[in-house]
Write a protein that binds this ligand. Structure first.
Ligand SMILES: Nc1ncnc2c1ncn2[C@@H]1O[C@H](COP(=O)(O)OP(=O)(O)OP(=O)(O)O)[C@@H](O)[C@H]1O
Ligand SMILES: [Mg+2]
Length: 229
């Protein structure tokens, strides 16, 4: 089966795109899948995170830095599609970049990390619009595979604002909201230090959240997870 491709994007900067891509990639890798992260951000955060790992404990997915190629990066995916189970594309933040657009053309799923604060929710409408336009373009090109799209609530803090944001996002009929969330927790960024994902720290609330996210995304894409190593 060709690899399932996931675009992780949002025009908004700093909303946990790289955090979502890397934690999910590593977790899918620990569940027995061959996973690549395509780092399309010139900041190279995903690549730097990957290289923090010690050789005896490698990051459980591969990360390729292809940001210099800009929108031509899709050519490099062809050989990966036959050997990988999942390819996650970590997009750059800027509205001007064409990378998310090209990435959406090739993807099975768009994940839109969004911080549940109203200004972030308002800004995410641009991402939603891009998904709708990409679906139209794919249909006009005769691309038969569906482009699924889902918001992932990131850096979540409980409270009244969270509920209002969830209500606001539910009005987006064309983009679902994942049940799984990533709360604001130190464990997530600590993984950058060791080149790992939260699962490596053992059972914790963060690991439970990541396992839930992994299962939910795998379910959407029909991916079979094996017992965790
Ligand atoms: N759940 C979380 N808990 C705590 N810190 C987090 C969480 N998610 C992300 N962060 C931190 O928030 C910051 C932004 O996250 P991240 O780099 O993943 O966002 P991004 O959308 O990829 O940013 P950019 O637009 O610059 O690419 C980082 O410092 C990251 O370590
Ligand atoms: Mg990033």
């Amino acid at each position: 089966m060709p690899a399932k491709i996931i675009t992780v994007f949002n025009q908004k900067g700093g909303c946990a795109k790289t955090m979502t891509a890397m934690q999910l990639a590593g977790s899918l890798g620990l569940n027995g899948l061959k996973v690549f992260v395509i780092d399309m951000d010139p900041q190279n955060t995903a690549s730097l995170w990957f290289h923090q790992a010690k050789p005896e404990h490698p990051f459980p997915a591969e990360v390729l830095s292809l940001s210099v190629l800009k929108e031509n990066f899709l050519d490099k995916l062809e050989p990966l599609i036959v050997k990988a189970d999942v390819i996650l594309i970590d997009c750059p933040p800027s509205v001007e970049s064409r990378v998310p657009w090209f990435s959406l053309m090739a993807s099975d799923l768009a994940l839109i990390p969004v911080i549940p604060l109203l200004d972030n929710i308002w800004a995410s409408k641009q991402a939603e619009q891009l998904v709708l336009e990409a679906r139209q373009m794919r249909a006009s090109k005769g691309i038969k595979t569906e482009l699924q799209a889902a918001y992932v609530l990131s850096m979540v803090r409980r409270g009244k604002v969270l509920e209002s944001c969830e209500e606001a996002l539910k009005k987006a009929a064309n983009v679902t909201i994942l049940k799984s969330k990533m709360s604001m927790r130190n464990a997530y960024p600590e993984c950058q230090l060791y080149g790992c994902v939260v699962t490596s720290f053992g059972q914790s609330e963060a690991t439970r959240e990541l396992n839930s996210l992994t299962k939910e995304v795998a379910g959407k894409l029909g991916l079979k997870l094996s017992i965790k190593k």
